[in-house]
Write a protein of this length. Structure first.
Length: 366
C-alpha cells in the first residue's frame, strides 16, 4: 500500500508540552495516529502486541471494518479493516480514524474503551483491542413495532428505569457530538447495552470544526484527498454555503433520513436541515441539533421509553413527553441542546435557549 507508506514522510503536527482538557484529548488522538504510522505506542496502552490474543470468529463486519472475537477473552474484541475491501487505503484509514476517535473520547460515557493494538507491517494493517460493550439493543429487523424490535435487556431497562435509560442514551450521543462528530449512518445496529450504559460501537464521522480535524487531515493527506472521513463530511455538510432553494443544500445519507423505517409515524423524514434546507440564502448547518431531533423521532429511542417506561410519577412521564415535543421542533435553534435534555431529565432548570438570548440581545441594542 504505497499511499499509506508515504505517510511516514510527513511529520506529525506539533503539540504543546503541557496539555489538559480538549488539548490533552487531541494529543492522545495524535499519539494514536503517530503509532499507526510507526511511532511507539502511547504509554497508557496496556496492549502493544498480538501475544496472547488468538483471534476467533468474526462478530460483525461492515464495508470498512470488522470486529473479531478473542479466544478465552469474552470481555474484548479486536478490530481491523476488512480483508476483501476493494478500497484498502480508505478501509485502513477508517480503522485509524476510529483509533483517534476512541482516544479523543477516552473515558466518555458510551465510548468503548481502547486498550491498545499492534501493527502488521507485511499487510500495512493495524489491529486494535477494544471493550466488548455488551449486546445490541435490537434483536431483529428494525420496524415501527417498537417492543417487537427491541432486545429484552433494552426493553427491561426502559421499563424499569425510564429516566435512567433516557439519560444513558442521550449521554452517549452527547459524548460524540460534543467532540465534533456526527453519525450520518445512524441506525439502531450502531448501539449496544452493557449494564446501564448505551454504547456507540462504531466511530461517527467528523464535522469540519472537529477538534481532531487537523490530525485527521494530516493522516489522510498523502493517502488521498477524498478519503471518506474528514473530506467527505466537509464536502457534504459545509457550514457556509449560499443557496437559492433547498436543493442547493447538501443532504445527509438516506440512513439518517429514516431509510430503515425506524422512525415513528409522522416523523419519518429526518430533521429539516438534514434534508437540505435553504434559510434566507444560506444552507442550514447540520450539527448535534439534528441528533436531538433523531432521539425524539427514532422508534427505538425516546419514543420507546415514553411508551414502555414505568415512570415513578405521571409528572415525570409528562416531562419526557413535553421534552420530546420540543426536541421535534423544525428549527434547530428551537430544540434543546443535548445538555439541556439531560438537565430536563434530571429535573434541573433548563438553560435559556439560543433564540431567547438572541432576541434579548437584539432588544437591548435597539
Amino acid at each position: 500500500m504505497e499511499a499509506l507508506s508515504r505517510l511516514d514522510a510527513e511529520p506529525a503536527p506539533a503539540w504543546p508540552t503541557v496539555v489538559s482538557g480538549e488539548a490533552a484529548a487531541v494529543a492522545r488522538a495524535a499519539a494514536a495516529a503517530a503509532w499507526s504510522q510507526g511511532a511507539p505506542p502511547p504509554r497508557h496502552w496496556t496492549i502493544s502486541s498480538s501475544t496472547g490474543y488468538d483471534l476467533g470468529p468474526v462478530l460483525g463486519e461492515g464495508a470498512r471494518k470488522k470486529a473479531l472475537t478473542v479466544v478465552g477473552r469474552p470481555d474484548v474484541l479486536v478490530k481491523t479493516r476488512v480483508r476483501t475491501s476493494a478500497h484498502k487505503v480508505r478501509s485502513e484509514l477508517a480503522t485509524r480514524s476510529e483509533l483517534m476517535y476512541l482516544e479523543l473520547n477516552r473515558g466518555r460515557r458510551g465510548v468503548p474503551q481502547l486498550y491498545g493494538g499492534w501493527r502488521d507491517a507485511a499487510e500495512d494493517r493495524v489491529y486494535y483491542v477494544v471493550q466488548h460493550a455488551g449486546s445490541p439493543i435490537f434483536v431483529k429487523e428494525v420496524s415501527i413495532l417498537l417492543s417487537n424490535s427491541s432486545s429484552a435487556a433494552w426493553l427491561a431497562f426502559c421499563r424499569a428505569d425510564p429516566v435512567g435509560a433516557a439519560t444513558a442514551l442521550v449521554e452517549c450521543f452527547r459524548s460524540f457530538t460534543s467532540s465534533g462528530y456526527f453519525m450520518e449512518d445512524l441506525h439502531v445496529a450502531q448501539f449496544t447495552l452493557a449494564g446501564n450504559d448505551i454504547y456507540a460501537i462504531d466511530a461517527p464521522e467528523t464535522l469540519p470544526d472537529a477538534p481532531v480535524a487537523a490530525v485527521m487531515d494530516w493522516i489522510a493527506r498523502e493517502a488521498g484527498a477524498s478519503w471518506g472521513g474528514l473530506k467527505y463530511v466537509e464536502m457534504r455538510l459545509s457550514v457556509h454555503q449560499n443557496c437559492t432553494v433547498d436543493g442547493d443544500c447538501p443532504a445527509v445519507s438516506d440512513i439518517e433520513l429514516c431509510a430503515f423505517r425506524d422512525c415513528v409515524p409522522g416523523w419519518d423524514q429526518g430533521a429539516r436541515e438534514a434534508r437540505g434546507w435553504c434559510r434566507k440564502g444560506w444552507c442550514a448547518p447540520v450539527d448535534a441539533r439534528a441528533h436531538t431531533y433523531d432521539l425524539a423521532t427514532r422508534a427505538w429511542a425516546l419514543p420507546l421509553i415514553l411508551k414502555e417506561g414505568r415512570f415513578p410519577s405521571l409528572h415525570q412521564k409528562r416531562r419526557l413527553e413535553e421534552l420530546i415535543k420540543r426536541m421535534r421542533s423544525e428549527a434547530p435553534e428551537d430544540r434543546p441542546s443535548l445538555s439541556d435534555v439531560l438537565a430536563a431529565l434530571a429535573g434541573r432548570p433548563r438553560a435559556v435557549r439560543f433564540r431567547q438570548l438572541w432576541m434579548e440581545t437584539r432588544l437591548e441594542l435597539m
